[in-house]
Design a protein around this ligand. Sequence first.
Ligand code: ATP
Ligand code: MG
Ligand code: MG
Length: 349
Amino acid sequence: GAAIGILGGGQLGRMLSVAASRLGLRTHIYDPGAEPPAGHVAETVTTAEWDDEVALRAFAGSVDVITYEFENIPAATLDLLESLRPVRPNRRALAVSQDRLTEKDFLTGLGLTTAPYRDVPTLAALEAALAEIGPQGILKTRRLGYDGKGQARLKGPGDAATAYAEMGGAEAILEGFVQFSHEVSVIAARGVTGEVACFDPGENLHEAGILRTTTVPARLAPGQHMDAILLAGKILNALDYVGVMGVELFVTPKGLVVNEIAPRVHNSGHWTQAGCTVDQFEQHIRAVAGWPLGNGQRYADVVMENLIGEDVAKVPALAKAADVQIHLYGKGAPRPGRKMGHVNRITRG
Ligand code: ATP
Ligand code: MG
Ligand code: MG
């Protein structure tokens, strides 16, 4: 049977691996970590550094197509892998989403609305940008940020120096503060032949920069619902994308504002495991393996709740509850802010 190579062995790689296995496809995980959570379910695991050319060649040689579960794969690693096997989603999708500045330029170039933003290579540039698009804003590192890491909030011009110092010399952009009523995301998929399928938008609640819950259906007027899906399709088509993408949106009185895109399965799409015939993980595997996309229609109302750190202590009680689907990532010791698992609660079947 065919084999899928997955770069990254976290919980997303793990759930992709389970989905592939259900379709009769073998998976090979590549991750520099010692005991990647996906390693327990994949057929083959390589734990080697991103610059280990021998290991990368052996990995590519053992699979038919390569995908990834996180966007920060080094460029040199991709150069090599791309020369050996198809990498899906493609390089451009990664390049665009690895750098917040490139990402914002791409999105605004498509005619979509983002937060106002400025490249701020120096403290003086930050002060000037704040005067233009402030007074409130968020300074974000251009690269490598996730779960709200690498961000500093500015309440006014007086915060510029402290916030700038917090970036620790990393390149950053300033975003104007968006006054949104709530956040939603669209999990969208595009197949090798260009067909697009979107899951119903979910409504996301963050706590301390980390996704806490996703609820479907999201609160969206019919027009906004359509807008969300159309703009996601526009992004995927523009990138000639193959696979699943998460598109995070702010809902404002003036319309939808794109926060960021993730070229992979997305935490806010975990509800699809309980709400759809084909969930985001199977959809992604179908897309990258060149299968037709599945039916992602939603047939239940679901609340997905992340189990973060000590939340896992709730699992025995959750196991007794009706209509709760439990997912644990096999990560070992809980640490504050560490995503240990999630539950999907059917609120209307
Ligand atoms: P993720 O884990 O989703 O990748 P991240 O670290 O990339 O998160 P963002 O999505 O950029 O961070 O921001 C995290 C959260 O902070 C957003 O979901 C939103 O709640 C808030 N936020 C980010 N940017 C803005 C903005 N410009 N205006 C208002 N709130 C914002
Ligand atoms: Mg992000
Ligand atoms: Mg985000």
